[in-house]
Design a protein around this ligand. Structure first.
Ligand code: HEM
Length: 447
């Protein structure tokens, strides 16, 4: 078995070394794309609590325990920075987004942005999204081959345009913006990372330009009036100290937040639809609960969707939309007592913990009741379940996501029934964010 040292710990220190296979990056990345769960299990068997992996020509240290993930997320010694890691992956397309900021600058921007996600604004977004999502879900096509990833992506994009932008864009314009976002996201994790015509990277750069032009064009109108959408809220948001965003900040944050909100919710919804098709008893349970609750969801009834809540948590566990929390060590440091030299890339990878048999009973099995108060398997460690990350960069949109996901699913359950053939098993494309390769074909029929 090959075993290659990352870097020798400093002489005299009691820090332990980190090993990896030393396989070429392309081999490691392709193996990870093909079957990340098996790869992680093999690494754990071979290297124990921590390893490193070659990818994109870099070495990424990956802790294989929830404690190691926590150390990265909490970043107690401020030894890990976001910008050099996220910047490497998505920087050209999402530059100056909040996830690319660090330390005092990040704190400054986060405090202003937090205002857009306070309960008053969240209540407003939730109320506004009810009629819109009801209408969009009612207009889904029915049939034997409805590609749910594609349909749900359209729904979440329309929601983003309406709730975040407060604009009723013509279809062609909405599609143009949607395409620009998709191009930016796809470019981030592409293997060819140069502006060569025809590549994802080149399309991503063009997409970024489309988005910037679009937001700058509409910005003066948003500054001039106060409306309940996120675009306007960010234009007028003030931290407790009275700080506000510049025009450039608003544009950069809008581009990143829309991206952060859009694909993540789509993937969660698609995963829930998949597992509820594979497990019709759970679809029935969720539908029965929805039928007993009011057709519109309000801030006060959100917590009553306990079945959907467990299905959502289990879906986020089995297929986490954001695969990990990439960072770069800006000084010599350690994870779990192992030496991490300055300059090393590190990442807490969600599926490492989400599929760890030491943390979950029968982890590959879809079992939403593991999140019931009686079983509470997620409470075994604070980072056993970490789809929204942790620490200062923890997802700012986690309540928004919950509101959107529950509203879409509630409407879907009240209107339709869906199924997949009994032997159907989806195949995920892990080369960007994890999505079904075939876009999840289901038989969707109206109730
Ligand atoms: C199920 C849906 C979602 C998932 C799984 C998710 C996951 C995550 C994760 C893991 C992070 C932390 C990344 C890191 O630390 O490196 C994050 C950050 C972030 N998310 Fe989400 N997210 C979701 C939905 C949303 C929504 C709906 C919004 C906006 C409305 C949003 C906005 C953000 C922002 C702005 C950040 C960066 C926060 C910061 O750096 O301070 N997310 N998200």
């Amino acid at each position: 078995m090959t075993r290659k040292l990352l870097a020798p710990p400093p002489a005299g220190s009691d820090l332990k070394p980190i090993y990896g296979t030393g396989h070429p990056g392309v081999v490691e990345v392709l193996r990870f794309f093909r079957d990340p769960i098996t790869m992680v299990a093999q690494r754990r068997a071979q290297f124990g609590d921590i390893t490193y992996m070659n990818s994109f020509g870099l070495k990424f240290v990956i802790p294989l325990t929830p404690g190691g993930s926590e150390e990265i997320a909490i970043n107690k010694k401020k030894a890990f920075a976001n910008e050099p890691a996220w910047g490497f992956l998505i920087g050209p397309f999402f530059r100056r987004g909040i996830i690319l900021m660090d330390f005092s600058e990040h704190r400054h921007h986060r405090r202003i942005m937090q205002e857009a996600f306070n309960p008053t604004h969240l209540k407003g977004y939730l109320q506004d999204m009810q009629p819109m999502l009801k209408d969009r879900v009612a207009n889904l096509p029915v049939g034997d081959d409805v590609r749910m990833l594609k349909e749900l992506k359209q729904v979440t994009l329309d929601l983003a345009l309406e709730i975040f932008l407060g604009m009723d864009l013509p279809r062609a314009e909405a599609d143009r913006i949607n395409k620009a976002f998709i191009d930016c996201v796809d470019a981030g994790l592409s293997l060819i990372r140069k502006d060569i015509p025809g590549t994802k990277w080149a399309r991503g750069l063009r997409g970024r330009k489309v988005l910037e032009d679009f937001f700058y064009e509409h910005l003066p109108a948003k500054r001039a009036s106060v409306t309940p959408d996120l675009f306007s809220v960010l234009c007028h948001a003030k931290s407790e100290d009275g700080d506000t965003f510049t025009d450039e900040d608003v544009v950069n944050h809008m581009i990143f937040v829309l991206m952060a909100a859009h694909d993540t919710s789509t993937i969660t919804l698609t995963t829930m639809v998949y597992y509820m098709a594979k497990h019709p008893e759970w679809q029935r349970r969720a539908r029965e609960q929805s039928q007993g609750l009011p057709p519109d969801i309000s801030y006060d009834t959100l917590d009553e969707f306990t079945v959907l809540d467990r299905i959502m948590k289990e879906s986020l566990r089995l297929n986490s939309p954001v695969p990990g929390l990439p960072r770069r060590a800006i000084e010599d440091t350690e994870i779990d007592g192992h030496f991490v030299p300055k300059g090393t890339y590190v990442s807490a990878i969600n599926l490492v913990n989400h599929h760890n048999p030491a943390l979950w009973k029968d982890p590959e099995h879809f079992d939403p009741d593991r999140f019931s108060p009686e079983r509470a398997e997620d409470k075994v460690h604070r980072y056993a379940w970490m789809p929204f990350g942790g620490g200062v960069h923890k997802c700012i949109g986690l309540y928004f996501a919950q509101m959107e996901i529950k509203t879409v699913m509630h409407n879907l359950l009240l209107r339709y029934e869906w199924s997949v053939p009994e032997d159907y098993v989806w195949k995920l494309d892990n080369s960007t964010l994890p999505v079904p390769k075939d876009r999840l074909p289901v038989r969707l029929r109206a109730l």
